[in-house]
Design a protein around this ligand. Structure first.
Ligand SMILES: Cc1cc2nc3c(=O)[nH]c(=O)nc-3n(C[C@H](O)[C@H](O)[C@H](O)COP(=O)(O)O)c2cc1C
Length: 381
């Protein structure tokens, strides 16, 4: 027998359950849930704490080098202490850090085997609530040269984080990768569209198609799991937040908007560039060139990154040979001239018009999103 509307009702219930789950893991959150992305060299402990205080979920960027003695481990530990201080919990070291997470990049394959020995103890000591994994190397996961005990590392890591009570977010850019992350045990899928700032899959889609397809996939293939899906990429205001909720996301991740948050560790020249740049479709560009000019070699070719279209990229697009371009890049950097530096940012930078404390950004996004949701109800009448 066919029940009209039955399918939609089920979808509504699934979305409700995912949201209930997200709110129950993070009881301090308010809806719609705003999440600040773990942006390397930008998203520090103070920023994350202010997002948490305002009812969002704040992620601290943990970097990519997890080998014993790495300075990135020391920085992570310090930033977690700063988050505790900002949350007024310094004298309660055993209280978990509410709605605070740590982002770990899995691109640096020689670092990945160290995560359980080096990063996990830091997380256990400081008690954030969540871990966010991104960008595992597809070859390392399964290649013949990878030691047997390192194969399927993402799954092993998720199991280890679960055993210590952390909620695991996994950022992906395709339905295929989302499926793999859920199979590996991830609790929250961050569906990252190609409008996003920073690194992402080289071949992907925008959140308008990615989020609903990922939602449908998890509801169809993992019925018993109630996987939470959140959206990332291209959202910088309340209209984007409301739309992402409409697409089936239970929460919304913003990176580019928080680059200019008062607390962010962003240098002044990058803040200015982001505030002044408009029309992100033409003034940012997604390319592997940005990593090449930065001499960054940790990224597998399935990834590239979106950055402001600057002087280095313009020369590259005009056919200037790489060696000559690189020389200009190095000379400018040593002369203190930032005009040739790479500034990661998403297409939504044209909507980023002001610098504000992170808590205020969260509150305004939530308020604006609710107004939009109320306004568009007229279309349902
Ligand atoms: C400057 C910058 C640095 C980033 N660094 C990281 C990172 O260290 N780890 C990570 O998982 N994602 C990183 N991202 C991607 C974000 O997680 C997120 O997907 C993205 O910012 C969302 O898109 P939006 O910038 O349009 O809001 C970065 C993004 C930016 C803009």
């Amino acid at each position: 027998m066919h029940f009209p509307g039955h399918k939609d009702k089920k979808k509504e219930e699934a979305a409700q359950t995912a949201l209930t789950k997200l709110n129950s893991w993070f009881p301090t959150t308010k809806n719609p849930v705003i999440i600040s992305a773990p942006m390397y060299l930008i998203a520090n402990g103070t920023l994350a704490a202010e997002v948490s205080k305002a009812g969002g979920i704040g992620f601290i960027a943990g970097g990519f080098d997890f080998r014993p003695g790495s300075s990135q481990l020391t920085t992570l530990s310090n930033e977690l202490s700063l988050a505790r201080k900002a949350l007024d919990l310094s004298d309660r070291p055993l209280t978990p850090l509410p709605a605070i997470g740590v982002g770990l990049l899995l691109t640096h394959t020689v670092s990945v085997p160290h995560i359980i020995d080096t990063v996990l103890p830091i997380l256990q000591e400081h008690s954030p609530q969540a871990v966010w994994l991104f960008a595992n190397d597809p070859d390392f996961e399964s290649s013949e040269t990878t030691p047997e005990n390192e194969k399927g590392k993402a799954k092993q890591l998720i199991e280890a984080f679960h055993a210590s009570g952390f909620v695991v977010f996994f950022q992906v850019g395709t339905v295929k990768d989302a499926r793999k992350a859920v199979e590996d045990g991830a609790d929250v899928i961050v569906a990252q569209g190609v409008d996003a700032g920073g690194h992402q899959v080289q071949q992907g889609s925008g959140i308008v198609s990615l989020v609903p397809e990922v939602r449908d996939m998890v509801e169809r293939e993992f019925k018993e799991r109630e996987v939470v899906v959140v959206a990332a990429g291209g959202v910088a205001d309340g209209r984007g937040v409301a739309s992402a909720i409409g697409l089936g996301a239970s929460g919304v991740v913003l990176g580019t908007r928080f680059i200019v948050a008062t607390e962010a560790a962003t240098p002044e020249f990058r803040r200015k560039l982001i505030l002044e740049t408009t029309d992100g479709g033409i003034n940012t560009v997604k390319s592997q060139f940005h990593d090449q000019i930065n001499s960054t070699t940790i990224w597998h070719p399935v990834y590239d990154g979106r950055a402001v279209r600057g002087a280095s990229y313009e020369d590259h697009a005009a056919g200037v040979p790489f060696e000559e371009n690189y020389k200009k890049f190095k000379e400018a950097a040593s002369a203190g001239d930032n005009s040739r530096a790479v500034t990661w940012a998403g297409t939504a930078l044209g909507l980023v018009k002001n610098q504000k404390p992170a808590g205020q950004i969260v509150e305004e996004l939530r308020k604006e999103a609710k107004e939009v949701i109320r306004k568009i109800q007229v279309y349902a009448a």
